[in-house]
Design a protein around this ligand. Structure first.
Ligand code: SAH
Ligand code: SF4
Ligand code: F3S
Length: 451
């Protein structure tokens, strides 16, 4: 029997990084590295980093810095940095931190086992950060061996971004848009469904432009092209899959064809994450978002016309360079008008290579904090009011598992992705569907009873 070694992975950032970490864990398991929950016991540590805001990158640096101690104690420990900080900083990470062995960008994760072995046996320190538009995302079937959620999974459909919003690091760290072949995606979804997965979330930085980078000759496949709406239809047609979600969508590319999917596809969950970033046209233009507030609102109202129960969520950046009180007031007004189910809001942060980093009219930390607090307070009220309005209704919930406070307490998710807690005397299993009568709205969840 081959001797197994221990692998410890720490993941920051978006679902794409979570999926990449799963892939790295699976590749390493084929090389006899098994995951452990403790970095102290690891023979190899992978830190999968995020660079979206200064704070995220800072967290990664400080964690990596702390591992110097482990390396001192165990010189044969291999430490790898993956993800967006790895891509952004490249070789300079190896210079700054002599205890690191490998720097691996998002397009190079498939080389991890080979590079770890080289680091272990030849003490080679390598930077693998090539980024090309010709990159082909390999077909990759998740191993359904009891690790990871049994009932819901992420499926990457594309990587990279061509949009160059002026605040954003992603086009610089993930490269240009590269879509996977539809048949690879469908194979993966079928494989998941055969192993009991009931919900899939299709992942991309900008799923609405799925397929646009592929050879036009292949656009004829699938009767009418392999654009995102066609892909959604094909995924929803897979037997066994009950819920389909996707993230993220850029408002400028949200087409009428995609909106009509919400009318046609019953399995498509009534939830749309549509990041607006700002309610001010002047700021949207400076962000290079390529839509106006009016364009955005027209799409929201069309979505609601087609699917009245749809929950709309968003991302907002507060204190983008040049944001004045009137621009912020426009954002508050938009939030009040749309009434988002929930919103992620962030203080603007300068990022390496992003155009806005060079803008001179930065907003002070103090003003950013004040505006963010006002916005988040208002959004909390709105989310609370929406939850309150759900009380007294019955919803179909997908069981997630026992909730943390043990006993006979279970939790599940509504089609709009809200968490619902309830008690059940009989055992349930993740991925089961059950009707729940909602009795109470709590701060970040709902409570109900089985119908
Ligand atoms: N591809 C997605 C966004 C991915 S990043 C999209 O286009 O919608 C997730 C969110 O982080 C963004 O929507 C934005 O709100 C926030 N973000 C990105 N760069 C940022 C920065 N420099 N400062 C603050 N927030 C930022
Ligand atoms: Fe970043 Fe804009 Fe691309 Fe989203 S669409 S990843 S915010 S550049
Ligand atoms: Fe972060 Fe990179 Fe994702 S910057 S949000 S890990 S694409």
């Amino acid at each position: 029997m081959t001797k197994t070694r221990n692998l410890y992975i720490e993941t920051f950032g978006c679902q794409m990084n979570e999926r990449d970490s799963e892939i790295m864990a699976q590749l390493m398991s084929q090389a006899a590295y098994l995951e452990t929950a403790s970095p102290e016991e690891a023979d190899c540590i992978v830190v999968n980093t995020c660079s979206i805001r200064g704070k995220a990158a800072q967290k990664a640096y400080s964690l990596l810095g702390g591992y110097r101690r482990l390396k001192k104690r165990r010189p044969d420990l291999v430490i790898a940095v993956a993800g967006c900080v790895a891509q952004q900083d490249g070789e300079s990470l190896l210079k700054k931190m002599p205890h690191l062995d490998l720097v691996i960008g998002p397009q190079n994760i498939y080389r991890l086992p080979e590079l770890v072995e080289a680091a272990r046996w030849q003490a080679s320190r390598t930077t693998a950060t090539e980024l090309t538009k010709d990159f082909v995302i390999p077909p990759f079937l998740p191993k359904m061996d009891g690790s990871g959620a049994p009932h819901k999974r992420f499926v990457t459909i594309m990587q990279g971004c061509n949009n160059f919003c002026t605040y954003c690091v992603v086009p610089h760290t993930r490269g240009r848009e590269v879509s996977r072949k539809p048949e690879d995606i469908i194979n993966e979804v079928r494989h998941l469904a055969e192993h009991g997965v009931r919900e899939v979330t299709l992942l991309g930085q900008n799923v609405n432009s799925y397929g646009q980078d592929r050879n036009p000759a292949t656009l004829a496949e699938n009767g009418g092209g392999d654009d995102f709406p066609s892909l959604l239809r094909a995924v929803a047609a897979v037997d066994g899959i009950r819920r389909v979600r996707f993230t993220t969508s850029h408002p400028k590319d949200l087409s009428a064809r995609l909106i009509s999917c919400f009318a046609e596809l019953e399995k498509l969950c009534p939830h749309f994450h549509l990041p607006v970033q700002s309610g001010s046209d002047r700021i949207l233009a400076r962000m290079n978002r390529k839509y106006t507030r009016a364009d955005y609102l027209a799409k929201v109202s069309e979505l609601r016309r087609v699917r009245p129960d749809i929950a709309i969520t968003t991302d907002l950046i507060i204190g983008f360079p040049g944001e004045g009180e009137d621009d912020f007031a426009d954002t508050m007004e938009l939030v009040n008008f749309v009434r988002y189910d929930s919103a992620f809001s962030f203080k603007y942060s300068d990022r390496p290579n992003a155009a806005a980093t060079a803008f001179t009219d930065k907003v002070s930390e103090e003003i950013k904090s004040r505006r963010l607090t006002l916005l988040q307070q208002r959004q909390d009220e709105i989310s609370g009011e929406i939850s309150q309005a759900m009380v007294g209704h019955t919803v179909e919930v997908m069981v997630e598992g026992k909730s943390k406070n043990a006993g006979e307490q279970w939790s599940g998710r509504t089609p709009t992705n809200r968490i619902v807690n309830f008690s059940s005397q009989q055992p349930l299993s993740p991925g089961q569907f059950i009707d729940i009568y909602l009795e109470e709205a709590c701060r970040h969840s709902l409570r109900g009873r089985i119908v």
